[in-house]
Design a protein around this ligand. Structure first.
Ligand code: PLP
Length: 430
């Protein structure tokens, strides 16, 4: 299908597309993409960009193996409702996820987005305690966490952009983080953070939480790298109080953090992991709620159906599962988690000299996520605009500039990200 001219596309977009998380007077059609290949994308006027902005795009664009897997599955069996039947790719995928996840997390519920995954995970945690006959409705989490956009997932945190007229349906206790993420590298930061969680969990046997829900790296909440040892400390707190440890690995899983799952950096076994973005590399929507057997087993006691009262007709969509299997093949064959660790370290080394640059307040990272914190949102926007003019797409989270290239990027690509970011920082210096 030939593309109409650029202006026709833009006018149509402005008339009819309601863009996510965007002020009504902002024009997202200013960057209209046409196609991609590897770690590059092209806009409709033929300009090429190195894409270090795509949170989901771990395996890059137009990978022939993933494209073929999608087409073949769509031609064979595109879909079956898992509440009445099963199919081959969902079984193979669930088995492979059990093989990659920490021991004991053998069961996976599939949904279509990270947000839905959180609705399911929170429902599971609270239902688990109800099935044991010891109701625990409360959740403990970060005030600045981001678990999604659905009414339940968004109500866990208190990010201003996430606030909604409909209030939280569950009691939630929220833990604050320091205003400056770099303060989390100070000596004593880990024990202060763990003490805050201990206080939030509390000691009242009648008011212990169902679950502690955290992201190993806070993405939307400020590109925050947590102190090493945090997940292990949280696991100990959960063991002591019975609270389930629910990890939001929607962004960090499948190599982005430098491991298959970020919890494997600390050898932590959570009770539930919610993952999504890198599961299919963004080719098709899919999310996984991977659950420890000890939680799954309690659902036999559900008084209404003797199982999980949750799901979508598209849960475990066969085409999405086939895309995920092809993505996992790539992650394994190319050792993408290990590569992300190596390339991320290289990117951070190259960016380290920016730490003293005018307007830059911190440089930090995890796996293949590099963060350059600036002194204002305006400066971060100017850096993004300059980088884009020079053919590099970056993300802004608050006042932080974030580079998240596909994990399949090469050494030359990493050098181009570092050089482009450094040039944009220098260009926008006062
Ligand atoms: N959790 C984290 C850490 C995320 O980054 C996101 C999305 O950005 C979500 C949950 C929600 O996922 P989705 O946008 O697929 O609903």
């Amino acid at each position: 299908r030939p593309l109409p001219d650029a202006e026709t596309l833009r006018v149509r977009d402005r008339r009819h597309v309601w863009h996510t998380w965007t002020p009504l007077d902002a024009d997202r059609s200013a960057l209209t993409l046409s196609h991609g290949s590897g770690h590059h994308v092209w806009d409709i006027e033929g300009r090429a960009y190195l894409d270090a902005s795509a949170l989901n795009s771990t395996c890059g664009y137009a990978h022939p193996d993933i494209v073929r897997a999608i087409a073949e599955q769509a031609a064979r069996l595109h879909h079956a409702d898992l509440s009445v039947a099963s199919h081959e790719p969902v079984g193979v995928l669930a088995e492979r996820l059990a093989g990659h996840a920490p021991p004991g997390l053998d069961k996976t519920l599939f949904v279509n987005s990270g947000s839905e995954g959180f609705d399911a995970a929170v429902m599971m945690a609270v239902s688990h305690w109800a099935h044991l006959g010891r109701p625990r409705p409360r959740i403990v989490t970060f005030a600045r966490g981001y678990q999604g956009a659905t009414l339940l997932s968004r109500s866990l945190s208190t990010l201003p952009r996430n606030r909604h007229l409909l209030d939280t349906p569950l009691p939630v206790t929220r833990v604050e983080l320091p205003d400056e993420p770099r303060a989390l590298r100070h000596p004593g930061a880990l024990s202060a953070l763990l003490s805050a969680f201990e206080e939030a969990v509390g000691h009242d046997p009648d008011d212990l939480p169902a679950a502690v829900v955290v992201e190993p790296f806070l993405n939307v909440g400020g590109a925050v790298v947590l102190p090493p040892g945090f997940l292990r400390g949280l696991r100990a707190l959960c063991d002591a109080t019975g609270a389930l440890l629910v990890l939001d690995e929607v962004f960090t899983a499948y190599g982005r953090s430098g491991r298959m799952f970020a919890c494997q950096r600390e050898d932590v076994v959570p009770d539930i992991i919610v993952s999504s973005k890198g599961l299919t590399g963004g080719y098709v929507p899919l999310a996984a709620v991977t659950v420890h057997n000890r939680v799954y087993d309690t659902f036999a006691a559900d008084p209404v159906i003797g199982g999980l009262r949750y799901g979508h007709t598209t849960s475990g969509h066969a085409v999405a599962c086939a895309a995920a299997l092809a993505t996992l093949d790539m992650l394994e064959k190319l050792r993408l988690p290990e590569r992300a660790e190596e390339l991320g370290a290289c990117l951070l080394r190259r960016l380290a000299s920016l730490a003293g640059a005018p307007g830059v307040t911190d440089v930090r990272g995890l796996g293949l996520i590099a963060v350059v914190e600036t002194d204002s949102e305006g400066r971060a926007d100017r850096i993004l605009a300059r980088a884009r003019d020079c053919g590099l797409l970056l993300r802004r989270i608050g006042s932080a500039v974030v580079a998240v290239p596909p994990l399949v990027i090469d050494d030359e690509g990493v050098a181009a990200v570092a050089d482009g970011l450094a040039e944009a920082v220098a260009y926008t210096a006062d």
